[in-house]
Unconditional design. Structure first.
Length: 584
């Protein structure tokens, strides 16, 4: 919040995510919201008096927007409609308007709205087919982004006074852009990997005149073999903070915009990740989230003038010896074609002298990345005597554009074998005294899909599998996923009509007759991304072949479990299943 006088944050300590306020470093948090529905803080007005709040019901992913006083009290609805996503984006610098989007007119298109704080009413700002979001505001002008793929964006400027929409970047392209306004007229700060293998920060300038094109970019961040993963700037555009992904760890950099030089940053001991959460509007303070191998993320406040960090909360780990938690090591295995695949490995100390069962965990996305740092799942399995491995197979983020795009569409056929190669490597490299370990596979969302492929197409590679909200059939998934997601998923997996042959080959249900090992599926009944029908058809297909498969269906969850009691059941059943099949 302004002036670093308080921090407002979301926390699930009661079992469901709610909003809390800290009035000083290590003060007792004040709970502002309650109930059974997940609630998150998404913005704060410039005067610090009003919170913008998002609330979802039963994991349906149709969040509504509300307002609340910084002191708590009842929520005031901005927009919350059945089967509609309302998402907050920006508050104007004068604090008059909250800009947000919603798909209330068409399920596969977002209208741009604004809430007038003075008049307490919603106004339509922009309505045109497309998946639109608001990247920034400057007076009567808005920087709008139109998603054209799972990562690609077109950038447009909407002038509310002139009622014009001018394309700036991304037209007739499939490139990534994240953009904000700079300080001077026509200046832009741009994050993109268009000009190289990795995402980099640039300063751009509107040329003006006919077409109003953007002039060639000037680099702001150094050329690195690493991605810039995000950035924030203060209102006066004096300082820019950005994160760099260095091999699965997150580093902080601070750029003085007046001089163009980087400022020194204070050391944060033992940190695997130092992420930017926000910067105060006056540029004096920034909120950081710091994660180590021994604890979940905790907030720190960075005084940019004094170059000093102050912890605002301590890790909540009652009766736990966090010093004993295992730190992930970065290792690699080699795929059939010679490509080195990075993986993070966590080993119990007992495994130094005797073979231990191994659990291979595939991340979701697929354009995501498994990282170093604390993981509750990994630590629980390590404590139970398992080696925990997080591969970043081709298609993962963090290793350059070519690696990221290696599995797009039908190209997935060329790299899907990374799943099998992980198991082959583990059996050879983790053997003790000539004895191979038993190997399990687990994952959620795309990781659930990878698990199902491991158990079907690559049957025999793994000894047990747990798929959480995983895709069983790419054709039915693309046809049944929520309309606002379908076009973006098609850009990643392929078109269910044009690319049907490849999609069928890449679907676990196609290879279900190969299943040789025990399989458990976990699913939320309200999942709009990977509908419950994916898990059910997998179970039915196996049952038709006389194979008994476990299915846990949470009636009050969506794409992953949010409620604590369900998270406990999900993790507990996964651990029980792996113990039963890998430790006996």
């Amino acid at each position: 919040m302004p002036g670093a006088g308080a921090l407002v944050f979301s926390w699930a300590v009661t079992g469901t995510q709610q909003i809390y306020r800290l009035d000083g470093p290590n003060r007792f948090p004040v709970q502002l919201t309650g109930g059974e529905d997940a609630t998150a803080i998404v913005n704060v007005t410039p005067d610090g008096k009003t919170l913008v709040v998002a609330r979802d019901t039963k994991g349906e992913e149709y969040p509504g927007l509300y307002l609340q006083s910084k002191d708590g009290g009842p929520l005031r609805v901005v927009m919350h409609k059945p089967k509609v996503q309302a998402r907050a984006h920006r508050i104007s610098k004068d604090g008059r308007y909250l800009y947000f989007t919603a798909n209330d007119k068409k399920p596969d298109a977002y209208v741009v709205y604004r809430w007038d704080f003075k008049e307490s009413r919603v106004e339509t700002v922009f309505e045109q087919d497309g998946l639109w979001s608001v990247f920034d505001t400057s007076g009567s002008k808005l920087l709008l982004a139109k998603a054209t793929g799972s990562l690609s964006r077109e950038i447009h400027e909407l002038d509310l006074d002139k009622k014009t929409l001018v394309p700036l970047l991304g037209a007739s392209e499939k490139e990534e852009y994240e953009v904000t306004y700079g300080k001077s007229e026509g200046e832009l700060f741009v994050l993109t990997n268009k000009l190289g293998e990795y995402r980099r920060l640039y300063r751009a300038k509107r040329a003006g005149g006919a077409g109003d094109k953007v002039e060639p970019f000037v680099a702001l961040s150094p050329e690195l073999k690493a991605d810039v993963t995000g950035f924030v700037v203060d209102d006066a555009r004096t300082v820019l903070l950005y994160n760099v992904n260095e091999g699965g760890s997150t580093r902080l950099r601070v750029l003085d915009l007046a001089s163009g030089k980087e400022r020194p940053t204070p050391a944060v001991p033992d940190a695997d990740h130092v992420r930017i959460a926000s910067v105060a509007r006056d540029g004096r303070h920034a909120t950081l989230l710091v994660r180590t191998s021994g604890a979940p993320a905790i907030p720190l406040v960075l005084d940019l003038k004094a170059n000093k960090v102050t912890p605002w909360a301590l890790p909540s780990a009652p009766e736990l010896d966090t010093a004993s938690f295992v730190k992930a090591t970065l290792e690699h295995y080699v795929a059939k074609d010679g490509t080195k695949i990075p993986m993070f490995v966590r080993r119990p100390k007992s495994c130094a002298s005797e073979p231990c069962p191994v659990v291979v965990h595939f991340h979701g996305g697929p354009e995501a990345q498994s990282l170093s740092g604390f993981s509750a799942w990994a630590q629980l399995f390590v404590d139970a005597g398992f080696v925990w491995i997080d591969p970043n197979v081709r298609g993962s983020d963090g290793y350059g554009k070519a690696y990221l795009r290696a599995d797009d569409g039908a190209k997935r056929l060329d790299v899907i074998g990374d799943i099998e190669d992980a198991a082959k490597h583990v059996r050879a490299a983790f053997a003790k005294n000539g004895k191979e370990p038993k190997v399990g596979v687990i994952g959620g969302s795309y990781g659930g899909y990878a698990t199902l492929m491991a158990m079907t197409r690559f049957a025999g590679s793994y000894d047990a599998g747990v798929s959480i909200v995983g895709i069983a059939n790419l054709v039915t998934f693309l046809n049944n996923t929520a309309p606002y997601r379908r076009a973006l998923r098609i850009s990643e997996y392929g078109d269910p009509e044009k690319d049907k042959e490849a999609l069928v080959k890449l679907s676990p249900t196609t290879h279900v007759g190969n299943v040789k090992a025990p399989l458990l599926l976990i699913q939320g009944a309200n999942d709009p991304r990977v509908p419950a029908g994916e898990a059910i058809q997998m179970v039915d297909a196996l049952a038709a072949r006389g194979v008994t498969t476990g299915l846990i269906l949470f009636a009050d969850e969506g794409h992953g479990s949010q409620k604590r009691e369900n998270r406990v059941l999900e993790l507990g059943h996964a651990l029980r299943f792996m113990r039963e099949h890998l430790m006996k």
